[in-house]
Each structure stands twice: as structure tokens, then as C-alpha cells.
Ligand binder design. Structure first.
Ligand SMILES: Nc1nc2c(c(=O)[nH]1)N[C@H]1C(S)=C(S)[C@@H](COP(=O)(O)O)O[C@H]1N2
Ligand SMILES: [Mo]
Length: 347
């Protein structure tokens, strides 16, 4: 679809303009949360679109972020198929229609990119219609030597992970997104939703699923990115944006928090409006499971005596851990630290 090419360009122009604000007048130096600092390798035609803000419970397909190593491969309905081969007793070719004949699983899942800086915009939540990968694997009957599953995609992307992960009941092969056929940019005909893992481990446009006994490294994994790619606890301030001018009075700070279920889910979110000196509980107003984001808000009484403020947010997970404040850049395991947003207050 050409629309994404165009909207992609529009978004780029906006963030290019945003870059003019890169020097932070409040601190006189670069902000740590510049969304242009993504360290994912670029190909000339890499298709990329940031997600929208503020977060809504469902991210509409039209604004859901896109992260692709190349252009969207055009796949016609008659070619909407993939193979399941390798170290199995029964190899098989599936057409999308075969999946549609199976009992559908409908679930909300949040997807996020390992290459994003803290507070980045490559995150979204959708309702997906899918089948469980393990149902296909059970039918194929892996032989005992099978250790790993390799996914090859129509755009040349490739990734893999251990067979035991593939047998997880939450490992979904999705063919619908928010009630419509998977949009071309998001992986038509089928893409994987890998519980607890970053988008890197959620291949789109799957053409082959192959069971192997050897080690295997995928596209990003060969380029130094984590082979586990487990989602790290992250909290994002969606509103306000840095350098927004807030009027004195009531203001709703809002955002998302997500741990991929790797720490049991989000227990609570805390917000600081005084550079981290004191913390206040935010209200979580939406969440479906540990595999979705938790959306939160905090009503702040903005004092008129303030000239500017530094807002931070952090999450506490169900295992009792407070999100780490240790700053780590995205590569190789995913960014950590507290998202910090500096705002000006109108007097
Ligand atoms: N075939 C294929 N699958 C892919 C990718 C890709 O470039 N090609 N990018 C991965 C990355 S890095 C991410 S973050 C997610 C993004 O999914 P989305 O574009 O649907 O948001 O897809 C993953 N699956
Ligand atoms: Mo990604």
C-alpha cells in the first residue's frame, strides 16, 4: 500500500523538525530520550513508522508502528501460504484458509521494539485473531533431535528460537489485527506473536517454519542484538511531551507501562513531577493481561510558581521489583532507565 510510504515520509518530516529542539534549553545539553538515536541497522529502503501518542487502549492499525528491514512484500491471496518442515514426522504446507478453519484465539497483545530508546514510540497494542503455533507443531510431530525453530519471511528476514518456546500455549500465529485481515505492513498473511519477547522475535510475512537441531542466528541476532530479546520493564510518559508548555492548574499526565509478562505484569506505576525526589501513585485505567501494556494516568496540580518541571515515571512489577533506573541503551538487550520529560510551565 502506497499510503504507508507517504505517511512514513510525513512522520519523518515531523521528527526532523522535532530535532531542531534537540538541544535542551533547560539543561543546555542533549536529552537522553531522543527518539532518533535508535541503533537498529538501517537498510536504504527500511520502512519505519512511529506509533501515535497519547496511547489509546487499542492502537489503530493506521497508526501502529512499523519496523521492517525493507519494503512490504506484495503477497497475493493465492500465495498466502507457508510450509512447516525440517525435523518433523509430517511436513505440511498451510494456506491462510487452513488456519481460518481452526478454532480462533482472540487476544490483546502489545508489541514493542528492542531498538527503541527509553520512552520511544515503537510500541502498540492490538486485538489479534490467531491460532496456537503448538497446535500445528503437534500435528507435525517434531522428532526428538529437533531443538530450534527457524522462521523465514518473504522480505528475507529470518529469526529463530528454541522449540520449547515455540510450544508455549501463548505463542500465536496471527492472521487478523483489530478485526481485519492482517494489514500488508504488519505481516499478511501470517505473523508471529511471541509472548514476552520484543518484536524482533515476532516475524511477519512467514513463508517457512523449519525445525532444526543446530544453533541458528537470525537477521538482527547476527548483527549483535540479543538472541533472547526478552522484554524489559519500561514505562513511557505519553503526555506531556518534552518542552510542552503546560498551563498552571490540573493536568493529566498519562502513559503506558509494559514488562511483557516477564515479571508477572505491572503492579503499579509511580510518577514524579519533581525530578525524582518524590513519587506518586498513578491510576492504571486499562490492562488485559501481563502480555498487554498497562495504561495509566496521574492528575497533577501544576503550581503557578513553577517555571519548569522534570517528570519521570516508573513501574513496579507483580514480583515486587521496581523498574531499574540504570540507564542502558537499546543495544543489545533493550533500553532501561526512567523516561524523563521536561516541560515548561506558563506563568
Ligand atoms: N519479516 C519481518 N518480520 C519482522 C521484521 C522485519 O523487518 N521483517 N521486523 C521485526 C521487528 S524489529 C519488529 S519491532 C516488529 C514490528 O512489527 P510491526 O511492524 O508490525 O509493528 O516486526 C518484526 N518482524
Ligand atoms: Mo524491532
Amino acid at each position: 500500500m502506497s499510503m504507508d510510504r507517504r505517511s512514513f515520509l510525513r512522520v519523518s518530516a515531523v521528527s526532523a523538525a522535532g530535532m531542531l529542539l534537540r538541544i535542551d534549553p533547560l539543561k543546555g545539553k542533549e536529552s537522553a530520550e531522543d527518539p532518533t538515536e535508535s541503533t537498529e541497522p538501517l537498510k536504504p529502503k527500511q520502512l519505519k513508522r512511529d506509533g501515535a501518542r497519547p496511547e489509546t487502549w487499542i492502537t489503530p492499525n493506521e497508526t501502529f508502528y512499523i519496523q521492517s528491514i525493507d519494503e512490504t512484500p506484495p503477497i497475493k491471496e493465492e500465495k498466502a501460504r507457508f510450509t512447516l518442515t525440517g525435523m518433523v514426522e509430517k511436513e505440511r504446507r498451510y494456506h491462510l484458509n487452513d488456519l481460518k478453519e481452526m478454532t480462533p484465539v482472540k487476544e490483546y497483545r502489545t508489541l514493542s521494539c528492542i531498538g527503541d530508546p527509553v520512552g520511544g514510540r515503537q510500541i502498540g497494542n492490538a486485538e489479534w485473531t490467531a491460532v496456537r503455533l503448538r497446535d500445528l507443531l503437534k500435528e507435525a510431530k517434531p522428532i526428538p533431535e529437533a531443538k530450534r525453530v527457524v522462521f523465514s519471511c518473504a522480505d528475507g528476514y529470518i529469526t529463530s528460537f528454541p522449540l520449547k518456546d515455540a510450544l508455549d500455549k501463548n505463542m500465536l500465529l496471527a492472521y487478523e489485527m483489530n478485526g481485519v485481515q492482517l494489514p500488508p505492513d504488519h505481516g499478511y498473511p501470517v505473523r508471529l506473536l511471541n509472548p514476552g519477547k520484543y518484536g524482533q522475535k515476532c516475524p511477519k510475512w512467514i513463508v517457512s517454519i523449519q525445525l532444526v537441531k543446530t544453533e541458528h542466528r537470525g537477521f538482527y541476532e547476527k548483527r549483535g542484538w540479543s538472541d533472547v530479546a526478552a522484554v524489559r520493564t519500561a514505562t513511557r510518559v505519553g503526555l506531556p511531551s518534552r518542552l510542552d508548555r503546560l498551563p498552571a492548574g490540573k493536568y493529566k499526565i498519562s502513559g503506558s507501562a509494559f514488562d511483557g509478562g516477564n515479571h508477572g505484569g505491572i503492579e503499579k506505576v509511580e510518577v514524579s513531577v519533581d525530578s525524582g525526589a518524590t513519587w506518586n501513585d498513578a491510576a492504571i485505567w486499562a490492562s488485559a493481561s501481563p502480555l498487554t501494556w498497562s495504561l495509566w494516568e496521574y492528575e497533577w496540580e501544576v503550581g503557578s510558581a513553577l517555571k519548569y518541571a522534570r517528570i519521570l515515571a516508573r513501574a513496579v512489577t507483580r514480583d515486587g521489583k521496581t523498574q531499574t533506573d540504570k540507564v542502558e541503551h537499546a543495544g543489545p538487550e533493550g533500553a532501561t532507565g526512567y523516561h524523563t520529560v521536561e516541560v515548561r510551565i506558563e506563568s
